[in-house]
Design a protein around this ligand. Structure first.
Ligand code: DP6
Length: 328
């Protein structure tokens, strides 16, 4: 009997939200409770190969050279959606690697799932428009919907019961406002409470969660407007406010979610001091202890040097803005 093998590889980059996704409207379909706005980075990526093979009894996943049974269910569920579209039953061998630490609050699930759906659609020869890839990537991880696109990206929470209008779309190309990012690594290793359970806990128990959801529309408008006008000071203000609101909701959960360490807080002070002295820079922090400093290109060497000087900073990565997911 003839066996058919279908394979493709894709690269997708990490993205950091400036206006954050935190909380779900629908857990099964992974529809976010709020919209979000992000930037896609150039220097942090996932490379993923997907090979459908009729001889396989189950899907297989290797991440950074290690079998990851713990991540397989999410990956298989995402692949099932693509198999269904293509009318294919074959299981797949997925080999993925990140050029940055996995699960440490550097958006590895965003780049990972965006690369996965792009490669799987390519392997199955499905000619899907990016918006549909974004919907599929969302099913794997909400933030992954944004990594399908490059530059400045907005994710819509959507209203449709089936989640069909919950996708990301590009707002502005990275070349149109070439911001840069310096990332202070303050701890290595995978984080204790992942985003998924962190946001669930916040929604269930934080008294500030409803205020977080209710005020997100204002922040999205302010960020959209700041990006359209390339108004750095306005983007800095809304991004830092939104980051602190997300963490305030998380800190007030039971049990509390404290993602920061001492160096995280020192980096925040360092960024604020720099801005006070006229350097165009602001910070954001996700569900982990790393601090992402976003700045105008000319300020990046200074920002990087200042973060390196903060006690407890182990390393500083830097990146420009980057493109969307692509087959390779
Ligand atoms: C703090 O996209 O990882 O990084 O949809 O459950 O996989 P799931 O969550 P995920 O959450 C990202 C949360 C965040 C903020 C953001 O990226 O918007």
């Amino acid at each position: 009997m003839a066996t058919s093998k279908r394979a493709a590889s894709a690269r997708a980059r990490a993205n950091f939200a400036l206006v954050k996704y935190w909380g779900k409207a629908d857990t099964r379909l992974n529809v976010p409770a709020v919209g979000s706005i992000s930037i896609t980075l150039d220097a942090l990526w996932s490379d993923t190969q997907v090979e459908f093979d009729e001889r396989l009894a189950t899907d297989e996943l290797s991440l950074d050279g290690q079998r990851r049974a713990d991540q397989l269910a999410k990956v298989s569920a995402c692949l099932d959606l693509l198999r269904e579209r293509a009318g294919v039953r074959a299981r797949a061998r997925v080999t993925s690697s990140n050029n940055f630490p996995t699960g440490a609050g550097l958006a590895s699930s965003a780049s990972g799932f965006a690369a996965l759906v792009t490669a799987a659609a390519g392997a199955l020869d499905l000619k899907l428009p990016p918006r549909e890839l974004s919907v599929l990537a969302r099913r794997g991880s909400g933030s992954a919907a944004r990594s399908v696109f490059g530059g400045f990206v907005e994710m819509h929470s959507g209203r449709a019961a089936d989640g069909a209008d919950s996708f990301a779309e590009p707002l502005l190309g990275g070349a149109d406002w070439p911001l840069e990012v310096a990332i202070a690594i303050t701890a290595k290793g995978e984080k204790e409470v992942g985003s998924r359970s962190g946001m669930e806990r916040s929604a269930e128990s934080s008294p500030y969660y409803s205020a977080w959801v209710a005020t997100q529309g204002n922040d999205l408008r302010a960020a959209r407007d700041a990006i359209a006008k390339r108004d750095f000071a306005a983007l800095a203000e809304v991004s830092e406010r939104n980051c602190f609101k997300m963490h305030a909701a998380a800190l007030a959960a039971t049990p509390p979610l404290l993602y920061w360490n001492g160096a995280t807080v020192e980096c925040v002070h360092a960024v604020r001091r720099l801005r006070g002295s006229g350097v165009p820079v602001f910070f954001t922090i996700d569900a982990g202890p790393q601090v992402k400093a976003i700045c105008l290109a000319e300020a990046r060497p200074r920002v990087e040097a200042a973060l390196r000087d903060v006690p407890g900073v182990l390393d500083v990565l830097s990146s420009r803005l980057g493109p969307g997911a692509e087959l390779r």
